[in-house]
Each structure stands twice: as structure tokens, then as C-alpha cells.
Design a protein around this ligand. Structure first.
Ligand code: NAD
Ligand code: IPM
Ligand code: MN
Length: 343
């Protein structure tokens, strides 16, 4: 467990309480080690995690993370010093981000109550590359360059994951692209996705330009089943999807190494939310749902299903919804309700 910064530790406390309750009920025993890797550690020791941090994590079955990032520490330090190296070293090439409009939760969109889809975000390459640089800092001719890297292996495996996932759901994949505007990378993405689609004739699919797709997320979110996108497109679409489903506070994510050679990482989609940190009002559901995805990954499907059922019960009741969902409950009250719902 890496609670991290801001509301990260608040929501991880909640996830841990729910895990303890559900594991007791299912006689599942999990062992936890907690690491204080965070911006606070950076301020005190000059690094987000120890030099052998990645090696330390390698021995675990799963990583449960709150959020990292805090004002005063540049995001490139906090994120490239912890989160991104974990995703990359452990080849967590799938970032799975399910979204649902739960009963009792109001979408900001009229009539959007039948929303249930999954964003499958490529998590290891694409626009998030280390290749690039800045020169002539502060001068009139200053410039910044960023390369996007798309590989055949990288696009094929994320497309395959999306098609296989869709085959177990409603059988429909939407691929996010921008082949009309970005000359090299996305036509390549499209070609590789089409090749992989041909191997999954049981799954319907289409491709949408990212700008039009963003509009359709708002206009007709119920039509989507599995949406596959590059690292940056998937990042943006997952916050948008979370907002459509009522709040970014609900959205979970699973950073998966599907081969299970390395540990996978589970974390809410949201960040450390400095604007509400310390107030005890953060919505813990995104972290709790992430913990359910972790249970599923570890082979405890029945326990995972119980956690989701407890979320459904809790969200249905206005008295146990946090402020971001229009309620007045505290993080702790929601946590207690979740534990109660688990029996
Ligand atoms: P954010 O997700 O932290 O916050 C965006 C808005 O959503 C804020 O108004 C916040 O109050 C609200 N919000 C987020 N989670 C909530 C919850 N659980 N309950 C209620 N409201 C919630 O995004 P940001 O402001 O862009 O980023 C803040 C910091 O977090 C930055 O340093 C950023 O880099 C970092 N970040 C980290 C991760 C991660 O560790 N995976 C993810 C996103 C952002
Ligand atoms: C997320 C976050 C991260 C990302 C940031 C904090 C680097 O926004 O997990 O969605 O862009 O991947
Ligand atoms: Mn994001």
C-alpha cells in the first residue's frame, strides 16, 4: 500500500477498512506492507521513493495506491519519480477504467442512467514518452519537443485486450483515434487495431476521432461498451467518463500486467485533490472500487462482487453519499456504511 499524498491516504484508509471487512467474511487473508512514499518523503529525503523502491515492489502480488502529487513539488518529479516508473517497469500496459452510473447517483447529463462501459487505456507508451526536451529556456526562441511512441507490440496487445474484454461483455469496441489530424502515429494505430479486430470476428467495432468521441461521451454515453485509446486519449476520456457517471470520486483503475509476471497496481482515477484534502470529505468509492478490482485480480471474485454490491447499497442512500455527489456524508460515514453493507 502506497497511500501517497493529500486525499490519497484518506481514501486508502477507507479501502483498507472495506478490505478487512470483506476478507474476514470470505476467509481471505491478505498481508499488507505500507510505504510512506510521497511528496512529503521527497521534501524530507529528496526522493519520492528509495533508490531500490521498484525492486522492493517487485516481490509483491499487487500494489494499492492512493494518489501522488502536491503543490510545491513539480508534478514531473512526483509522477516520474514514482507512479510512471511503476506502470512501466512492471509492464502494466493496460489501464482499465470501468465506469457506471450507479442507482441513486445523478449524472450531470439528462437521462444518462444506463451508462456502463470500460475505458481501456494504453499505459506504457504513446504520448507519455521520455523522448523530447526543451532548449533555450527563457529566451525568445525557446522551444519544447515531445515525441509520441507507438509500437506494433504495444498497440497490438492493448487492442487484443480490448477485443477480449468486449467478447466477455456486450461485444462492442470503440477505438479512439485522430487519424485525420496527426499524420504518423494514429493511422498506424488504426491499421494495427484493424488487424487485431480481424482476429475477433465475434466483436463489433468502430473507430471515432477523439474530438467527436468526446462529444458522444456527453451526447450518448449509453452506447459504449469498451473504449480503447492511447495513453493521453485514455487519460482524458477516463476523467470525462467519470464526470458523466456523476463524479471523478467514484472512478477506479487497474494498471494491469495481464501476464502476471509483475505486480499490478490499483488506484482511483482521481489525484490528491489538494483543494479538499484534510477535510474528511473525499469520496472513498473510487479507491474502494479499485480495491475490488484488486481482489478480482488476486482471484477473489466473490469478495470483489460483495464490495461492488456494498457500493451499490451505499450509493443508493442519499445519507451515505459525499459532497461531490450532492450529499453531506463524510469519508468516514461512507466507509462505515460500506462496512455495514458487507454485514
Ligand atoms: P484531482 O483528481 O486531484 O482533483 C480534481 C478535482 O476533483 C478537484 O476539485 C478535487 O477536489 C475533485 N476530486 C478528486 N477526487 C475526489 C474525491 N475522491 N472526492 C471528491 N472530490 C474529488 O486532479 P488535479 O487537481 O488535476 O491534480 C491534483 C494533484 O494530483 C496533482 O499533483 C496531480 O498531478 C496529481 N494526480 C495524481 C494522480 C495519481 O496519483 N494517480 C492522478 C491524477 C492527478
Ligand atoms: C491518471 C493521472 C496520471 C496520468 C498523471 C497524474 C500522470 O492523471 O492516472 O489518470 O496522466 O496517467
Ligand atoms: Mn488522469
Amino acid at each position: 500500500m502506497i497511500p501517497g499524498d493529500g486525499i490519497g491516504s484518506e481514501v486508502i484508509d477507507s479501502a483498507r477498512a472495506v478490505l478487512d471487512a470483506v476478507c474476514a467474511r470470505h476467509s481471505v487473508s491478505l498481508e499488507y506492507t505500507e510505504f510512506d512514499w510521497s511528496c512529503e518523503r521527497y521534501a524530507n529525503e529528496g526522493a519520492m521513493m528509495p533508490a531500490d523502491g521498484i525492486e522492493t515492489l517487485r516481490g509483491f502480488d499487487a500494489i494499492l495506491l492512493g494518489a501522488v502529487g502536491w503543490p510545491g513539488v513539480p508534478d514531473h518529479v512526483s509522477l516520474w519519480g514514482l507512479l510512471i516508473p511503476i506502470r512501466r517497469t512492471f509492464r502494466q500496459y493496460v489501464n482499465l477504467r470501468p465506469i457506471r452510473v450507479f442507482e441513486g447517483v445523478r449524472s450531470p447529463l439528462r437521462g444518462a442512467d444506463d451508462v456502463d462501459f470500460v475505458v481501456v487505456r494504453e499505459n506504457n507508451e504513446g504520448e507519455y514518452s521520455e523522448v523530447g526536451g526543451r532548449v533555450n529556456r527563457g529566451l525568445p526562441d525557446e522551444l519544447a519537443v515531445q515525441e509520441s511512441i507507438f509500437t506494433r507490440v504495444g498497440v497490438s496487445r492493448i487492442a487484443d485486450f480490448a477485443f477480449e474484454l468486449a467478447a466477455s461483455r456486450r461485444g462492442y469496441v470503440t477505438s479512439a483515434t485522430k487519424s485525420n489530424g496527426i499524420v504518423h502515429t494514429l493511422p498506424f494505430w488504426d491499421e494495427v487495431v484493424a488487424e487485431r479486430a480481424a482476429r475477433h470476428p465475434d466483436v463489433r467495432w468502430d473507430s471515432e476521432h477523439i474530438d467527436a468521441l468526446a462529444a458522444k461521451f456527453v451526447l450518448s454515453p449509453e452506447r459504449f461498451d469498451v473504449v480503447v485509446g492511447s495513453n493521453l486519449f485514455g487519460d482524458i476520456l477516463s476523467d470525462l467518463a467519470a464526470a458523466v457517471a456523476g463524479s471523478i470520486g467514484i472512478a477506479p483503475s487497474a494498471n494491469l500486467d495481464p501476464t502476471k509476471e509483475f505486480p499490478s497496481m490499483f488506484e482511483p482515477v482521481h489525484g490528491s485533490a489538494p483543494d479538499i484534502a484534510g477535510q474528511g470529505i473525499a469520496n472513498p468509492v473510487g479507491a474502494v472500487w479499485s480495491a475490488a478490482l484488486m481482489l478480482e485480480h488476486l482471484g477473489h471474485a466473490a469478495a470483489a462482487a460483495d464490495v461492488v454490491a456494498a457500493m451499490e447499497t451505499t450509493l443508493r442512500d442519499e445519507a451515505t453519499r459525499t459532497k461531490d455527489l450532492g450529499g453531506t456524508a463524510s469519508t468516514q460515514e461512507v466507509t462505515q456504511a460500506l462496512v455495514r453493507a458487507l454485514g
